[in-house]
Design a binder for this molecule. Structure first.
Ligand SMILES: C[S@@+](CC[C@H](N)C(=O)[O-])C[C@H]1O[C@@H](n2cnc3c(N)ncnc32)[C@H](O)[C@@H]1O
Length: 507
């Protein structure tokens, strides 16, 4: 319909769809006339040479529609257009000159410059061909186990598997999907024996600690990328004398697109000095060689403070946590955990999460980030989110990634379906973080309770043992007021952020 309307306007001026320059000229002319009209002393009427005001409005509306449609066409054209990467010619020459025998050139060394692919012709993989060649080459240049963060439909996992011979591959994604052909690859016996899939946030621990290469394409927020770098960079090491590499998607400036937050984190990594140096880049894909370890705690402390300041508001300082860990050893606790995320991957949006005295806001912290703001409603009573989780367990651990907003203490609780309390812990998530109170009831025992701060969120853990297997339990997070009470008059500026949650079986 829009296209039809565009055609009508253009036909009126004897123009065709392809003559967008003329359209812009018409717009400029229209604006010029408007300006002239507005300067005629004592009159806001258009000059007599122009059409009547009704006709003008009509024309302007139609041209606005035309412009909207043209923008849409432009966007489509960009999708299909062959846009050359920056420095494409120089990079092509380097590859061609670097091939000692052209008959043995790696497929990836051809594919980045003889094919064209765009954002619109993805199938399983969320990358362009030239970008995947960086991944492929990086796998070939390294040895040892490979880590992938962010597999989505498994396209990049398949590329890694296809280029990695018999090497072990570990892939982490909080919400993966499994199209038919991905399942076909993942279920092959030769793949199953070397592929380990985690369906969890990369903020939760994994058992593997050493990799010869890693590919980061998960949480694209500044906090998320810094967290992946803080957690996994020091796990990179040399295998078989080959240099360790890290590959980041959406990290490099190029004519099609990248994610500024990812680029910022990678720029800072490279800017560290003797930590990383760029070795390959096509499109937004960036491969860096690891030169040395980084200061993990400094990287965990990174966050987009401008963003959090907007939420903190006047008179309420942005957190600067000094205590980033409680005394428990999170690594030891994590290794004991099962792999099933019993809360599923639907974040808090699912109606099975009951919102008591709260509403849910989606917080935009760059693509693929599942942060939700649990905002208090201006009502008296409790302000929390709660879910009845099927368990069938007597030993389990809850992990929630939380950040209070204009509140200080959050309560993580497990209750029987009847509402009877079983275990709860109050986390004072302030600069000098601490666990203020833990309490178990009804024969339940708190095995472990702790927190860990990293890149904007406090990871709060509560591990519980009950007398008998619980068929199900209510899991909740509530905000407390200044006096430590869960019942108060809510304020829509206050509440807490949640970034993922899991309940896992303990052995
Ligand atoms: C851009 S997609 C990955 C595309 C894939 N690498 C490819 O090239 O085909 C990003 C993925 O990261 C996942 N993700 C986002 N945040 C995550 C986190 N904190 N931990 C693990 N996975 C995460 C999302 O579920 C999503 O599937």
């Amino acid at each position: 319909m829009l296209k039809e309307s565009v055609r009508n306007v253009l036909a009126r001026f004897g123009l065709s769809l392809h003559r967008r320059e003329s359209i812009h000229r018409l717009f400029r002319e229209l604006e010029r006339l408007r300006r002239i009209a507005s300067t005629v002393p004592g009159s806001n009427e258009p000059p007599p040479a122009r059409a009547t005001s009704a006709q003008n409005t009509d024309l302007h509306a139609e041209l606005s529609q035309a412009k909207e449609a043209l923008d849409w066409y432009e966007e489509r054209r960009n999708f299909f257009r062959l846009t050359e990467d920056y420095d494409a010619r120089a990079k092509e020459k380097t590859i061609i000159a670097g091939a000692s025998r052209f008959g043995h050139i790696d497929f990836a060394d051809l594919a980045c410059w003889i094919f064209a692919s765009s954002l619109s012709n993805h199938r399983l993989i969320h990358q362009r061909i030239d970008e995947t060649t960086v991944l492929w080459r990086s796998v070939k240049r390294t040895a040892g186990p490979i880590l992938e963060v962010g597999r989505a439909a498994g396209g990049s996992t398949i590329a890694i598997l296809g280029s990695s011979g018999d090497r072990n591959v570990v892939s982490v994604d909080r919400a993966p999907t499994y199209p038919e052909m991905t399942k076909a690859v993942f279920s092959r016996p030769d793949v199953q024996s070397r592929l380990k899939l985690y369906s969890q946030s990369s903020r939760e621990e994994i058992a593997e600690r050493e990799f010869g290469m890693m590919f980061i394409d998960g949480d694209h927020s500044y906090e998320g990328v810094c967290h992946d770098i803080a957690t996994f960079w020091n796990c990179l090491k040399s295998f078989d004398g080959k240099v360790p590499l890290a590959v980041f998607h959406d990290a490099a400036d190029n004519p099609i697109g990248y994610v500024p937050a990812v680029k910022r984190a990678c720029d800072e990594l490279i800017g560290e000095g003797r930590v990383a140096r760029v070795v390959d880049s096509w499109g937004s894909m960036l491969a860096v060689e690891k030169l040395g370890d980084l200061d993990q705690d400094r990287w965990y402390a990174k966050e987009d403070r401008g963003f959090w300041r907007r939420y903190a508001g006047p008179g309420y300082p942005v957190l600067s946590p000094r205590t980033i860990r409680s005394t428990r050893d999170p690594a030891a606790a994590a290794l004991a955990k099962g792999l099933t995320n019993l809360l599923g991957e639907e974040n808090l949006d699912d109606p099975s999460w009951i919102k008591v005295g709260t509403d849910l806001d989606i917080v935009f912290l760059e693509a693929d980030n599942p942060v939700r703001f649990v905002r208090e409603t201006p009502t008296a009573g409790e302000h929390k989110v709660e879910k009845l989780v099927p368990l069938g367990l007597s030993r389990f651990a809850i992990t929630m990634f939380l950040r209070p907003v204009r509140r200080k203490v959050l309560r993580l609780a497990v209750r029987a379906p009847s509402g009877a309390p079983m275990a709860e812990a109050d986390f004072a998530l302030v600069d000098d973080c601490r666990i203020e109170r833990q309490q178990a009831a009804d024969g339940a025992r708190i095995i472990d309770c702790g927190f860990l701060y990293g890149n904007g969120f406090f990871r709060c853990d509560l591990a519980v043992e009950t007398l008998a297997r619980l068929p199900s339990a209510l899991i909740s997070v509530a905000a407390l007021d200044e006096s430590g009470s869960p019942r108060y008059n809510g304020s829509p500026d206050s509440g807490f952020m949640v970034n993922l949650a899991s309940v896992r079986e303990l052995p």
